[in-house]
Ligand binder design. Structure first.
Ligand SMILES: [Zn+2]
Length: 312
């Protein structure tokens, strides 16, 4: 009522303008300012994330990171190398391809800590770890599965069926689910190019990509988390790397890493889906997962010739 009076109307108008102004400024800041635009800032962000989840300390700051390009929002795409450059047994590990999966991030960094302590014991093996493939998704609020373009970074690899099937499947099978958008075209995203670059650069004998929560390593459903079985089963699966790649699983989509690196490039690729994405479970998973680490790193994939002979 009082605002009908001219002076009040002016004050109300000014107030609303000021208010709108501040909203606009806040929006503009959110859109433009990316805090984690270099590696020390990413490490600072990770420290906070680890502290918040009671995950203890994070080794990020003390590591010799390499950068493999920038994310959509300009964050560094980071990886680490352990072991000799001329190794014939290189394992490439990806974690946090989907930015809202907490448990894989923790596994990725625990693997780094494990490598710092233990790789000296396996002098002929090489290990390359990219523990935060999708930093934009992780540092988004709320965290998102996709990258900053809204693309699922595990559906964007340039597999042979991509042009024909990726968008068609997405429309039909996934009812245009935003969380599984494969992108406008194959390899459209820097996070995909980053993973491809690592595959090309290191020619790994095997790849492990850590996800959650589909529980692909089968050790009973979510009600019976029989973690003792997890490591046994995990090691067994590692020994069967080759068979794993050939096995039909629900994980093969146009543009997925399994399809691209495993099926088309013939690199044994395990997509390990942890049972949940719950941060509170991360330590328990690592406790079990760790038991399979030596196998992951030292397991020698038979050379292709031998595989063919064996098959005959
Ligand atoms: Zn995932």
């Amino acid at each position: 009522m009082a605002t009908d009076h001219p002076p009040f109307r002016i004050i109300a108008l000014l107030a609303s303008l000021l208010c709108l102004g501040s909203v606009e400024i806040a929006r503009a800041e959110n859109e433009k300012v990316v805090e984690e635009n270099d590696i020390p800032a990413i490490c600072k962000g990770l420290d906070k994330a680890f502290a918040k989840r009671n995950w203890g300390s994070n080794p990020c700051r003390s590591l010799e990171w390499k950068s493999g390009g920038k994310s959509v929002e300009g964050r560094p795409l980071m990886y680490l190398e352990f072991g000799p450059a001329d190794s014939k047994n290189t394992t490439l590990v990806f974690a946090m391809v989907h930015g809202d999966e907490y448990t894989p991030l923790y596994q990725g960094f625990e693997m780094v800590e494990w490598a710092l302590e233990n790789m000296k014991n396996y002098p002929s093996a090489r290990l390359v770890i990219a523990p935060l493939v999708n930093p934009d998704g992780f540092f988004d609020f709320p965290k998102t599965r996709m990258n900053a373009h809204g693309v699922d970074c595990n559906r964007n690899f340039p597999t042979r069926d991509w042009d024909r099937d990726a968008l068609r499947w997405w429309n039909k099978k996934f009812r245009s689910d935003k969380r599984r958008y494969p992108g406008p075209h194959a390899n459209s995203e820097p996070e995909t190019a980053f993973q491809m670059m690592l595959i090309e650069k290191f020619s790994p004998q095997k790849i492990l990509s850590i996800h959650s929560p589909l529980n692909v390593i089968d050790y009973d459903g979510p009600d019976g988390l029989k973690l003792e079985q997890f490591s046994t089963e995990y090691v067994k699966k590692c020994m069967e790397l080759r068979a794993q790649v050939k096995a039909k699983s629900t994980g093969f989509f146009p543009g997925s890493l399994g399809n691209y690196a495993g099926q088309e490039m013939g690199i044994p690729t395990i997509t390990l889906e942890l049972p949940t994405a719950l941060a509170t479970e991360a330590k328990a998973y690592w406790k079990q997962f760790k038991k399979g680490m030596v196998t992951v790193v030292t397991y020698e994939v038979p050379p292709k010739k031998t595989q063919k002979k064996e098959a005959k």
